[in-house]
Design a protein around this ligand. Structure first.
Ligand SMILES: *[C@@H]1O[C@H](CO)[C@@H](O)[C@H](O)[C@H]1NC(C)=O
Ligand SMILES: *[C@@H]1O[C@H](CO)[C@@H](O)[C@H](O)[C@H]1NC(C)=O
Ligand SMILES: *[C@@H]1O[C@H](CO)[C@@H](O)[C@H](O)[C@H]1NC(C)=O
Length: 420
């Protein structure tokens, strides 16, 4: 076996040697570009900063051409897809164009030369993101290198969901060198157009409103001789609210109207009780349904959830009041004198135009009592008492309606988020 193994090895080595030998007629003359390329890189060391004096900085200019932003408000991450133009001067990559057939520019792979690694400081560490990149760079005869890698950065961004679904989020990303000081690798912006938004596309559900950029010099008291500059980009995003608004904001107004309408209805009408119970049921269904959609675990609760919660309480109060008024209405005992005088007061003053349901100022109280089927057949004394109770119930009902209307008005103005 061993002998055979050695034999195969021998054949293999032979094959490799034969392949490496190039027949003379196949050899190519290096043209100027290839010559320039090999001359530039023959003694190049890509491990060190391309400066001749170690005390000078490599100034790296950065320009973001944004292509696409996707934002996940539940995970609180923002992903930026962009072409990042990086431009710096490499002191070892210059040449005299006349020596190489007037070539002004040459393309070199980024892994063959030194390239700056730009780190995202508030990166989402759960996704793999490399600080370095791989692309083809353009080098001109003065040694200016320009690389435009296509990079996706995922950063962490706290969300504020108070005015969901009409919320606007600010996401700030910080870029800089992870290990070099500003005296070694100095990140700055391009002088013109540091952020380019041509060909930008909005991600699902979000619209980019603005990109602000700022360079933090990064001078700290601890280290007077070094700075740690950072490039700060703030993205302002607005949620595309039409969908969530259709699912949540409009239906919540509908159930509010349902509650208010049922409070406006006749107390003796059973439909009223059915309607308001249905409205309460609607609140339960609705709050369960939207629990799946609304991000409820954020530090600040979306106020629309608080609105539905409070509306549920008002509706429950409406049911209790309705039941109470129904039983009040059935009373036939003579009411206390303050109720009678209150009724007189309201029915004689301008208040009578405000009290609705069953109350008709043109019909006298006695006529009303006789036509009212629920108290017909009772004797005069009793019906008088009953009429007072009915009037009082209507009065209370009007009061309850006005109070709940005001409550809803306050709730809507403070709690329903609006598209500012
Ligand atoms: C977002 O930033 C802008 C300006 O940078 C500021 O006016 C706005 O209030 C910020 N919005 C939030 C929600 O922090
Ligand atoms: C870095 O760049 C900034 C902006 O161009 C400049 O003000 C600063 O002096 C530079 N720092 C160094 C150490 O060269
Ligand atoms: C900063 O540089 C000065 C002058 O080169 C030197 O005297 C000083 O010790 C340095 N300070 C630190 C904290 O390195």
């Amino acid at each position: 076996m061993l002998r055979y193994g050695g034999f195969f090895c021998f054949i293999l080595i032979n094959l490799i040697l034969v392949r490496a030998e190039c027949p003379p007629e196949r050899e190519q003359d290096l043209h100027d570009e290839a010559k320039l390329h090999s001359d530039l890189l023959c003694a190049y060391n890509s491990d060190y900063r391309p400066v001749k004096n170690h005390k000078s900085a490599v100034n790296v200019k950065v320009r973001f051409a944004l292509k696409y932003i996707s934002f996940d408000s539940l995970e609180e991450t923002i992903t930026l897809h962009s072409w990042v133009a990086l431009n710096w001067k490499d002191e070892y990559l210059n040449w005299t164009p006349s020596d190489y057939g007037n070539i002004q520019e040459v393309q070199i792979e980024s892994h063959e030369i030194w390239s700056p690694s730009m780190a995202l400081f508030n990166a989402d560490a759960s996704t793999y993101q490399s600080d370095s990149f791989y692309t083809t760079c353009l080098v001109n005869s003065e040694g200016t290198v320009t690389c435009v890698p296509h990079i996706a950065h995922t950063g962490i961004c706290r969300t504020t969901l108070r005015s969901w679904p009409y919320d606007v989020q600010n996401c700030t990303l910080y870029f800089g060198s992870w290990m070099h000081t500003g005296e070694q690798v100095n990140f700055t912006f391009y002088n013109t157009k540091p952020v380019v938004l041509d060909d930008f596309q909005n991600g699902p559900g979000w619209k980019l409103l603005n990109v602000a950029h700022d360079r933090l010099p990064g001078a700290y008291n601890c280290c007077p001789n070094s700075t740690y500059p950072m490039l700060k980009y703030t993205f302002t995003l607005r949620r595309e609210a039409a969908g969530p608004a259709a699912i949540i904001v409009v239906p919540s107004i509908v159930i509010v109207l349902l509650t208010l309408t049922s409070l406006l209805m006749d107390i003796k009408d059973n439909t009223r009780l059915m309607l308001i119970c249905f409205s309460l049921f609607g609140h339960f269904i609705f709050i369960t349904e939207i629990g799946y959609i609304v991000p409820k675990l954020s530090s600040d609760t979306p106020i629309i959830l608080l609105f539905i919660r409070d509306s549920m309480v008002v509706t429950l109060a409406g049911i209790l009041v309705t039941l109470m008024l129904m039983s009040l209405r059935k009373r036939t005992l003579p009411p206390p004198s303050w109720i009678v005088s209150l009724n007189r007061l309201v029915s004689s003053g301008p208040g009578r135009y405000v009290v609705f349901t069953e109350f008709d100022p043109n019909v006298s109280v006695e006529d009303k009592a006789l036509t009212d089927d629920s108290v017909s057949g009772s004797n005069n004394d009793k019906s008088n008492g009953a009429v007072d109770w009915i009037q009082f119930a209507n009065l209370l009902n009007t009061f309850v309606f006005i109070v709940s209307f005001v409550v809803y008005f306050i709730l809507i103005t403070t709690y329903i988020p609006t598209d500012s």
